[in-house]
Design a protein around this ligand. Structure first.
Ligand code: HPA
Length: 272
């Protein structure tokens, strides 16, 4: 992506001209979790293919739109559908929506995804708060010239997923009968699912869940000093945990069963 700064200016100017003015909270919705976008009130919805510089990748969801509206008294920007690195082969494209949300001034980013469950103590169908991540993509979205106005060249990653917010979210969810697991998310590039040997490796190095996204957005938002809450929907036991093959359809099918709890947890993640 040539001249990222120029592209960001063009995109944010366009979005402001369409009324996306002062978002406080950003949300990225993962595979099968896009329906949350319908919770926004008075939403301005803009399909990605109308947004300058959003057209260079393919999105995985039927939505593929940016929505801006209010919910629970907060101004919220929602990305319904994301650009995966495995699709566009370009980290600048993958992380661009997160950069745009940061440039528009969000202070908190809620990142969601579907993930494979590596930890045998957790179960498929559960929601997991991300406490930390391992980046096995081999790439970092901050590679290339640093945009100093976004943050430092070498950002610290120690407190990426705010521990106080996690504690608060877990206890608030527990009051509502929602049991949130908590663990480390490991990003592989995909699009093939991992092999059983890769899942054993992931477990050995400390992963509780595996997926093909989210880490680029977290790195971008963390550099800019945003609070980050990561929520994984553990849609399936990861490869080799059960003696059966994995399919993409299984992931989207499973997500249908969790919509209510997922929406409730995202609501809480906005409130706390
Ligand atoms: N692996 C990687 N990504 C995923 C998985 C998985 O098992 N499930 C949902 N997204």
């Amino acid at each position: 992506m040539n001249d990222l700064r120029e592209k960001l200016r063009e995109t944010t100017d366009f979005l402001r001209s369409r009324g996306v003015t002062e978002p406080e909270v950003g949300i990225v919705l993962g595979t099968g979790l896009n329906d949350y976008v319908d919770r926004l009130e008075d939403a301005i919805c803009i399909p990605y293919n109308e947004i300058p510089n959003f057209t260079s990748g393919k999105v995985d969801s039927h939505r593929g739109l940016l929505a801006y509206g209010t919910h629970q008294g907060k101004k919220i920007i929602v990305m319904a559908g994301r650009y995966h690195y495995y699709e566009c082969r370009d980290m600048d494209v993958t992380a661009f929506p997160a950069r745009v949300m940061v440039a528009l001034g969000i202070r908190r980013l809620i990142i969601t995804n579907a993930a494979g469950c590596v930890n045998r103590g957790f179960r498929a169908g559960q929601l997991m708060l991300i406490s930390d991540h391992i980046n096995l993509s081999g790439k970092n979205p901050l590679m290339g010239p640093n945009l100093d106005e976004f943050g430092p060249r070498f950002p610290d990653m120690t407190y990426t997923y705010d521990a106080n917010l996690r504690d608060e979210l877990r206890s608030r969810a527990a009051v509502e009968g929602i049991d949130l697991a908590e663990g480390v998310y490991c990003m592989f590039t995909g699009p093939s699912f991992e092999t059983p040997a890769e899942i054993r490796m992931a477990r050995t190095i400390g992963a509780d869940a595996v997926g093909m996204s989210s880490v680029p957005e977290a790195i971008i938002a963390n550099q800019a000093g945003c609070e980050i809450i990561g929520i994984s929907f553990l849609s399936n036991m990861a490869a080799g945990v059960l003696d059966k093959p994995l399919t993409g359809e299984e992931v989207t099918e499973a997500s249908k069963l969790i919509q209510n709890d997922f929406a409730r947890v995202v609501d809480l993640a906005i409130q706390i």
